[in-house]
Design a protein around this ligand. Sequence first.
Ligand SMILES: [Zn+2]
Length: 198
Amino acid sequence: MRYIAVVSSSNDASGDWSTRHSVLTMARRTAALVNVLAEGPQGHAEPGRVAEVLRAYGERGPLDLACLDVTRMRDAADRLREVFAAEHADEAAAVLNRLLQAHTGPLRLSSHGGGTPWHPHVDRDDDAPWDEWFLASSCLALTVLLWDRQLPPGRVCASAACPNVFITQGPGPERRYCSRRCATRERVAAHRRAHTRG
Ligand SMILES: [Zn+2]
């Protein structure tokens, strides 16, 4: 049984329940999966690397994640990337509406047979294929974030050398880069360019 829809099971005493199951955490999992799925030669991510990310966001037990699953998840990631590429809420909403229409089913609640707190799903059932689950659950989380803030839920790293996406919403100032590493690299490069120009 797949417990992936939530960040951790309810009997985990560590951390705060509401934070671990928050829509923001689900959206961050989407960004982390989109990024890991772009790794590897020609974007052929290792199933082991994808599994690492799934586990980091609370998946437990043996992960039955085949190369074909990862290939299909990669297609889903390409579709989701369009949401992150949108500059304005209207554009992100249009992309999400298209994805919701084509790739999600009716809203339902699941507790995975009592193994997790009740939470919403829009995939067909709890044993849906990985790519269907990934696309549907990501659409749901990104939709709620857009609804909540009336802003695009995330963006692509402003560094031309970095393909990573990230979630912009949450505490702290608005960011342009996916990571401190990218922000530092770009600051150093801008400094060098200014120095070269004299
Ligand atoms: Zn970056």
